[in-house]
Write a protein that binds this ligand. Structure first.
Ligand SMILES: C=Cc1cc(F)c(CN2CC[C@](CC#N)(n3cc(C(N)=O)c(NC(=O)OC)n3)[C@H](F)C2)cc1O
Length: 302
């Protein structure tokens, strides 16, 4: 062939490395205790043809104490490949490697908390059961890699399209590979206590079965279309009285120990509520597994 046209070696650019100078912030998607998630456009050509991404970063004041947590979250998400888990896209090092950002795929329909109230009329019970199965599939995959999520709730489940949901945030996820099957909960500030199992509240121990409890509460949210007037927090505060601070946890532990649970939503069929109750057994050993939940929910869907 023509010797003058030599194939130029293409510099092998690592697609998981995002340059700060091309990352354009559009708006906030969410706020956490130690950081935020922003909608950004990665636009190297500078002509707004770049792709939209979701970017998690730490607040400057929390960087030192929290950077290990964000690095750990990055390493966990990077290694997860499942259709019901949000896709890792890469990282962005800012200010010469001092701070790091996690780049994920952007799902514009947002979380179930935003989506369900707005799409109640077109979301049937069987669709809700399908979402429940998908969350369990993602959670079973996570557990098979010895990770506990510790923050499973409707606000952390994203809608890809009206048929598909994904677990979207892993900010509290921890490995239980080395421990004896549980993680000792340390940071109890703004913990989602109304999604927490009794052992998390009383012994600060978080098991895989503790995620099953949180799934039950998440399923309760789904069946009520995330109606805030019936949210787990509203109903539990109704049970324990609007106490404050540490009294809240003590009173919550008491009503749970008495066997009280979130009530059956009126639109919820008995068999579905029975499944939720099996996620809320007092002892972690007594709870149903994600594997069994998938089987039982799939049977209901037929
Ligand atoms: C630093 C810690 C930290 C900071 C935070 F802001 C949050 C809370 N945040 C979690 C990510 C979030 C909900 C989920 N899942 N989300 C992701 C997407 C996406 N990938 O597209 C998206 N999309 C969307 O809203 O489209 C309209 N929302 C939403 F940002 C809340 C948790 C944290 O641990």
């Amino acid at each position: 062939e023509n010797p003058s046209i030599k194939p130029q070696p293409v510099p092998d650019v690592d697609p998981t490395v995002f340059e700060m100078r091309f990352l354009r912030r559009i708006r906030d998607l969410g706020e956490g205790h130690f950081g935020k998630v922003e909608l950004c456009r990665y636009d190297p050509r500078g002509d707004r043809t770049g792709e939209l991404v979701a970017v998690k970063s730490l607040k400057p004041e929390n960087r030192d104490e929290q950077c290990n947590n964000l690095s750990s979250e990055i390493n966990i998400l990077k290694a997860l490949y499942h259709e019901n888990i949000v896709k890792y896209k890469g990282i962005c090092q800012e200010e010469g490697g001092q701070a790091i950002k996690l780049i994920m795929e952007y799902l514009p329909l947002g979380s179930l908390k935003e989506y369900l109230p707005r799409n109640k009329s077109k979301t049937s019970l069987s669709t809700l059961l399908s979402y429940s199965i998908q969350i369990c599939e993602g959670m079973e995959y996570l557990g098979s890699h010895f990770y506990i999520h510790r923050d499973l709730a409707a606000r952390n489940v994203l809608v890809e399209n009206e048929r598909t949901v994904k677990i979207g945030d892993f900010g509290l996820t921890k490995s239980i590979k080395d421990n004896e099957g549980y993680y000792t909960v340390k940071d109890d500030n703004d913990s989602p206590v109304f999604w927490y199992a009794p052992e998390c509240l009383t012994q600060c121990k978080f098991y895989l079965a503790s995620d099953v409890w949180s799934f039950g509460v998440t399923m309760y949210e789904l069946i009520t279309y995330c109606d805030s007037s019936k949210s787990p927090m509203t109903l539990f505060l109704g049970m324990i009285g609007r106490s404050q601070g540490q009294m809240t946890i003590i009173r919550l532990v008491k009503v749970l120990q008495e066997g009280r649970r979130l009530p059956r939503p009126e639109t919820c069929p008995e068999p579905v509520y029975d499944l939720m109750r099996r996620c809320w057994e007092q002892s972690p050993d007594g709870r149903i597994s994600f594997k069994c939940l998938i089987a039982e929910l799939s049977t209901m869907l037929k």
